[in-house]
Design a protein around this ligand. Sequence first.
Ligand SMILES: Nc1ncnc2c1ncn2[C@@H]1O[C@H](COP(=O)(O)OP(=O)(O)OP(=O)(O)O)[C@@H](O)[C@H]1O
Ligand SMILES: [Mg+2]
Length: 284
Amino acid sequence: MAKVLATINLKGGVGKTTVTAALAEIMSAKFGQKVLLIDLDSQINLTTMMISEDDWLELNRTGRTLATAFRDAVEGTSTFDIQEAIQHRVSPVRKVTSVDLLASSLDLIELQEQISALRVRLGTPDAAMYILRDAIAPVIDYYDYVLIDCPPNVGPITRNGLAVADGYIMPTIPDVLSTYGIPQLQKVVREFSEVIGRRIVELGLVITKYKANSAIHKTTVRNLRRDPTIQNVLPVYLNESNQIAAAAEFRELGTLKGKYGTQGQYDQLEDITRQIMTEAESKL
Ligand SMILES: Nc1ncnc2c1ncn2[C@@H]1O[C@H](COP(=O)(O)OP(=O)(O)OP(=O)(O)O)[C@@H](O)[C@H]1O
Ligand SMILES: [Mg+2]
């Protein structure tokens, strides 16, 4: 059975997509896992980290993105074909051989509104909640991990991600503004768990863009570690690094060290991946 993890934070730009991409690539290249990446964000950042923009344009033109699954739900059609939509062996890194992708689309922006309307129209709160779950049901057992990159909100599309997730991770920059929304997010997930009648386990906070020489970062991390409402702050932090920022660009590379950095950046990401897998294996 695949373990399904959602990457989520209400704050934008905290490294959700970067961490999700690296997790998938390292799970594949280092730990031999079969991974399905699902991009739920209409910004399509994860998608364009994993496939070229030309390939995305073609997928989008031919309706092979998640937008088709959501549009089917809104329009009552059934045109989405999961086998056609899944892109196999994505990632520009040669060593990564077992990551597949369900791509996102800018069309999700409009669809988000229509899915909200669908919920009202059908009159049941869960009418529009299981679109993603149903869409991936035929393939989910093939994977060891399904990683869902969520947009920085808890709208109806993110809820579709949560409705299929066994656990969630929260990347965060250790500053006041980035950590401010954590209690709200935990509350939303808790309440949503009750609605679906199933636990969604908080696996941990991933500290991102860490600056060891920043007093604010040090203090914030210390406070987060002492906070009894936070389940688990992963002990390895991801430093702020130009090379990690550059890794967002789709560029063919041989190895993950070459992509993320040989000055400790890749090693941090590998440790974070190992810790998340350990958490997932013990708690899910
Ligand atoms: N450790 C890091 N060091 C430097 N830059 C980083 C790091 N992690 C991410 N970035 C850069 O910061 C920006 C935001 O990162 P990312 O897109 O991963 O965040 P996000 O939380 O997914 O954002 P959004 O909420 O918009 O989806 C990107 O340009 C990314 O390349
Ligand atoms: Mg993102």
